[in-house]
Ligand binder design. Structure first.
Ligand code: SF4
Ligand code: SF4
Length: 349
């Protein structure tokens, strides 16, 4: 992204915020590797600090860790850029899918980065992607990341991979192992967040995800491409561009007809889900995943579908066992709305 586009993006964001009477902006820097453009990032945060003191701005970024150093981490913390790390597990797992540009392994640098990041922020989250050829090691990966010091484990499948029936069978066994791991950690009174389990337990104990809690891609949620084009979400941003999903440009604003089309497609009922008991709890509304997996935002991803059905059953059984034991941590974690804040504070002590 050129500095001209950076400036135009800042102007566009401030004008939009003014028009919509926003009090808060959530900005996520994404790549490739966003820290390759750290000067742009600091320029953006410093400019907004100066020009938008009236807005509450939250910054987030996900890094592969290869450029993280202590001084850089100090700069990120000083600007309150909440940085998460992409690390898929121990080196033997991580290096399968994350080579550096020259083909070298990236795990050593990522693990060094993990130690630095956790020292600066014990609440650093780690993003662990599971591919068909790493699915069998899921519980080991979770344990490895936990032992490195991470307490916020964000697990996700690689939705762009070709998952076969055999892979799904492996995945099911892995989820059972992960359930044992989750239960043991809970029984040992460990404070942690495992997205695969905790997100799903929440949809049952607290409430299903309501429409207004979901992302509103193309309207309240959008991504800016390096050339200034506006897209509904990260997955649609490509260097060559996808004209049918381009919803405007920072230089002239949103194209409202395109925005309305995206909203219509993403919110349309999915006929394949009619009558499914999991409809309120399933994450089939993520248009990015649907697009990655099916090439369309209107169709529920079959990978999501299989995953939700297998995982939800295992998660619910685990939650039932913990509930029957009346485990205080389980009750606190899943029934106390203040738990996330309390857990965050405890970790920082
Ligand atoms: S479409 Fe999915 S990935 Fe994109 S912002 Fe919404 S929830 Fe996130
Ligand atoms: S589990 Fe499958 S059928 Fe049910 S809501 Fe999710 S995607 Fe639709």
């Amino acid at each position: 992204m050129s500095r001209e586009i950076v400036d135009a993006s800042i102007t566009f964001l401030l004008e939009e915020a003014e028009k919509r009477k926003c009090e808060r902006l959530d900005i996520t820097f994404f790549g490739g590797e966003p820290l390759l453009e750290k000067d742009h990032i600091f320029y953006i945060t410093d400019t907004l600090e100066e020009k938008a003191a009236h807005l509450r701005i939250n910054y987030k970024m996900s890094t592969n860790g290869t450029l993280i150093t202590k001084p850089l981490m100090a700069q990120l913390m000083a600007r309150r850029i909440f940085t998460s790390l992409s690390l898929d597990g121990p080196p033997s797992i991580h290096d399968k899918h994350r080579p550096q540009a020259g083909g070298q392994r990236s795990s050593r640098k990522a693990i060094e980065a993990a130690k630095i990041m956790l020292r600066y922020n014990p609440c650093t989250s780690v993003s662990c992607v599971i591919s068909p050829d790493t699915a069998m090691h899921l519980a080991d990966s979770a344990d490895y990341l936990f032992n490195l010091g991470f307490r916020y484990l964000i697990t996700t499948l690689d939705y762009s991979s070709d998952w076969t029936i055999k892979d799904f069978k492996t995945l099911k066994k892995s989820y059972q192992q992960l359930a044992d791991w989750y239960e043991n950690k809970m029984l040992s009174n460990e404070r942690f967040y495992l997205s695969f389990f905790d997100e799903r337990i929440r949809t049952r104990t607290f409430k299903p995800i309501t429409a207004h809690e979901r992302c509103h891609i193309g309207s309240r949620q959008f991504s800016i491409a390096p050339d200034g084009a506006l897209y509904p979400c990260i997955q649609f941003v490509t260097t060559e561009g996808l004209p049918e999903y381009m919803i405007g440009h920072v230089s002239h604003g949103f194209d409202e007809a395109c925005q309305a089309y995206i909203t219509h497609c993403s919110e349309k009922e999915k006929s394949e889900c009619n009558g499914c008991a999991l409809e309120d709890r399933c994450s089939k509304w993520c248009s990015c995943i649907n697009f990655m997996s099916t090439g369309s935002i209107e169709k529920a991803s079959p990978i999501v579908c299989y995953n939700e059905q297998v995982l939800m059953e295992i998660v619910d059984r685990t939650a039932d066992r913990l509930w029957k034991k009346r485990l205080p941590l389980f009750i606190h974690k899943h029934y106390n709305p203040d738990y996330p804040i309390i857990a965050h504070m405890e970790l920082n002590l």
